[in-house]
Design a protein around this ligand. Structure first.
Ligand SMILES: Cc1ncc(COP(=O)(O)O)c(C=O)c1O
Length: 367
């Protein structure tokens, strides 16, 4: 009788890598939806890439898979704690992944985080580590990063994927998100708009489109008070977009233009789009649309664009879509009165005729 060869033991690293491979293979196609608007007398077509329609409800699901894959070698035991600083969506995705893998997870957060995301992280077994900052503090991010460093030092065995400096952040958007957008809308796309926080999404998309479609204009959308591209930090209310430090990933060569949107205009775009089409988006998507409208106003030759929308409105029911929050940020009264605040002489949106074709590319070469 011959003895079958012994299976090599499955290491924690191997489990993580297998999990990421399967998750990418099974990730559903993220849909697009095209809306139209009249700007400066011309009909413009805006294709919304709706990243909120994905397993962990935001674009950070892709980022989280890439980050966890990049630290797989440091996950040497089942009690390795994953620690990350997050304003919400990355924490939600990492908490779900760590739950599936049976790994402890700590999300370092500040007071601006949506309570919907907080509860979801806790429901996945993640622990919230709060950094106390005053309501108008401009240093949330530095405070969170300092707390991550002290946790990683003090916990017996912890790993920090570090979304702010880990190149795995932008790489996944170059190899996966960007080709997916290209397959869905690349043929007619003249410009692409994306929000910046760490800058990972934009840096990855830009690298791909600079090479694959050099004619496409890439526009970074930030918010006033953010220092992703430098400057002096100011108070901000939206989460997910903007940061109080410079991006390690985005350079001037990645973008044709950088726009800093007023946050209240972003909120006005969220409400108007929802009223006109039923599509409810998060605040950073509203900022992307506000920046896009400005750009279209100044560029009559641009007719077809893509706006990357990082998440949906469901996470922001208690904030962006709540009357008391609107009051607090200086937008009192009826949400429907916000239309005139969108700017760029845009009166509203309707669904377009573009066939929003499905297509299912997967990341080329999972590492
Ligand atoms: C709500 C939201 N907006 C914008 C972004 C873009 O952020 P980043 O520049 O970190 O890729 C993210 C994260 O992906 C996000 O979750």
């Amino acid at each position: 009788m011959t003895t079958p060869p012994l299976e090599p033991p499955v290491t924690p690293e191997h489990r993580v890598l297998e999990y990421v491979k399967r998750s990418i293979a099974g990730y559903p196609l993220v849909p697009v939806r095209t809306v139209e608007t009249e700007i400066a007398g011309t009909t413009r077509s805006i294709t919304l890439k709706l990243e909120g329609h994905s397993p962990w409800r935001s674009i950070k699901g892709r980022t989280a898979l890439s980050l966890i894959r990049s630290v797989a070698g440091e996950i040497t035991s089942p009690d390795t704690t994953v620690v990350e600083s997050t304003s919400g969506n990355l924490g939600l995705a990492l908490s779900a992944i760590c739950h599936d893998l049976g790994l402890p997870f700590v999300a370092v957060v500040d007071h601006r985080q949506s309570p919907v995301i907080q509860h979801a992280i806790e429901a996945n077994g993640g622990r919230l580590e709060w950094v106390a900052t005053s309501a108008d503090a401009t240093t949330h991010l530095q405070d969170r990063i300092a707390r991550v460093r002290s946790l990683v030092r003090d916990l017996p065995h912890a790993v920090w994927p570090n979304q702010y400096e880990n190149d795995a952040n932008w790489r996944i958007h170059e190899t996966w998100t960007a080709p997916e957008i290209d397959a869905q809308a690349g043929e007619r796309m003249q410009a692409l708009f994306a929000a910046v926080s760490t800058g990972g999404t934009l840096a990855g998309l830009s690298r791909y489109f600079r090479r694959a479609r050099p004619g496409v204009r890439v526009v970074a959308v930030d918010v006033e008070g953010s220092t992703v591209f430098g400057g002096t930090p100011g108070p901000r209310v939206l989460t997910g977009i903007g940061a109080s430090r410079r991006s390690s990933f985005v350079h001037a060569s990645h973008c044709d233009e950088v726009l800093a949107v007023e946050e209240r205009r972003a909120v006005a775009c969220c409400h108007t789009l929802r009223e006109d089409t039923g599509i409810s988006l998060g605040g950073s998507s509203g900022a992307v649309i506000a920046g896009c409208l400005d750009y279209l106003y100044r560029h009559p030759e641009i007719r077809n664009v893509v706006c990357l929308c990082p998440d949906l409105g469901d996470h922001y029911v208690p904030t962006v879509y709540h009357p008391s929050w609107l009051d607090r940020i200086g937008l009192p009264g009826e949400a429907s009165r916000l239309r005139h605040r969108m700017g760029a002489a845009c009166a509203g949106f309707r669904f377009g005729d573009a066939a929003d074709s499905p297509h299912t590319p997967k990341e080329d070469s999972p590492r």
